[in-house]
Design a protein around this ligand. Structure first.
Ligand code: HEM
Length: 112
């Protein structure tokens, strides 16, 4: 697949991952299984497209990508906190936002 295809796949999967993660913080308990499935697939596609772009661009594994992988891990885990820790929803939503913004900033700033 071409680089633009991976870009579109990466960004589309991120939109789905974030949308369903934030939905999970307010969704009824019976939606858990479906939402976990959607976020799981989206998280997988984010990683697959991300690593495919890394390979196509011959970037190796720079530190800014390591930070993105850490953000991705945190974001992928967030949906389970969303259902189990409703009382701390505000805190976890803030953490999710910080992780997403950090992952985006890493691509454009590439500080290391
Ligand atoms: C396993 C995790 C991830 C890997 C390996 C990864 C890797 C990459 C790579 C290699 C690029 C292309 C850089 C370039 O075009 O020079 C990219 C672009 C991008 N990534 Fe990720 N990424 C990951 C997770 C995330 C996450 C969690 C977010 C946001 C929540 C994110 C947001 C973006 C954005 C906004 C772009 C720019 C796309 C564009 O300019 O068209 N990434 N990523």
């Amino acid at each position: 697949m071409s680089l633009p295809t991976y870009h579109v796949l990466h960004l589309s999967s991120i939109i789905v991952l974030l949308a369903y993660t934030f939905y999970a913080f307010a969704a009824p308990a019976e939606t858990r299984k479906r939402v976990m499935m959607v976020t799981g697939i989206a998280a997988l596609l984010v990683a697959v497209s991300g690593f495919a772009m890394l390979a196509k661009l011959h970037l190796g594994f720079p530190h800014w990508v390591a930070v993105k992988v850490a953000c991705w891990l945190g974001l992928s885990a967030m949906v389970s906190f969303a259902y189990r820790k409703r009382a701390s929803a505000d805190l976890f939503m803030l953490i999710a936002l910080v992780l997403a913004i950090t992952a985006v900033a890493m691509v454009y700033v590439r500080p290391f």
